[in-house]
Design a protein around this ligand. Structure first.
Ligand code: THU
Length: 138
């Protein structure tokens, strides 16, 4: 259970990060805020590129910030965009997030106050586990 004030902080962080999106191609700015088990929050925003496939989603830039700072376990991620329905992570981000935390909570929101919370496992029910982690690897 994540308390309402923490969710509120995540949403505020994600909204602020959304304001720093680099999205000149889609004009679809997204903000993310990832809550580590330490209690720290890592912000992310989408960073697009003229070679479309090189664009980075907000969820993955937040995750990169966390990993660089040494945090690898997480409780929740908030995602905010100016969408009709609350914005959920794309399939690729679901998979990348599940690499670190398959019981993550996803808090999806739009700018009109709609918020939906559900487990990542519901959005990615059958994660691909073909590769085994190497024992002793970092
Ligand atoms: N995008 C995200 O950053 N996160 C999402 O959850 C949905 C999509 C970005 C990718 C691309 O820069 C733009 O939104 C349009 O798809």
């Amino acid at each position: 259970m994540i308390d309402a004030s923490k969710i509120d902080r995540l949403l505020r962080t994600a909204r602020a990060a959304r304001g720093r999106a680099y999205a000149p191609y889609s004009d679809f700015a997204v903000g993310a805020a990832l809550l580590g088990t330490s209690g720290r929050i890592y912000a992310g925003t989408n960073i697009e590129n003229s070679s479309y496939g090189l664009s980075l989603c907000a969820e993955r830039t937040a995750l990169a910030q966390a990993i660089v700072r040494g945090e690898r376990s997480f409780r929740a991620v908030a995602v905010v965009a100016d969408s009709d329905d609350p914005c959920t992570p794309c399939g690729a981000c679901r998979h990348v997030l599940s690499e670190f935390q398959d019981d993550l909570i996803i808090v999806s929101a739009n700018l009109h106050g709609a918020v939906e919370t559900r487990p990542l496992k519901e959005l990615l029910p059958a994660r691909n586990n073909t590769l085994k982690r190497r024992r002793g690897a970092s």
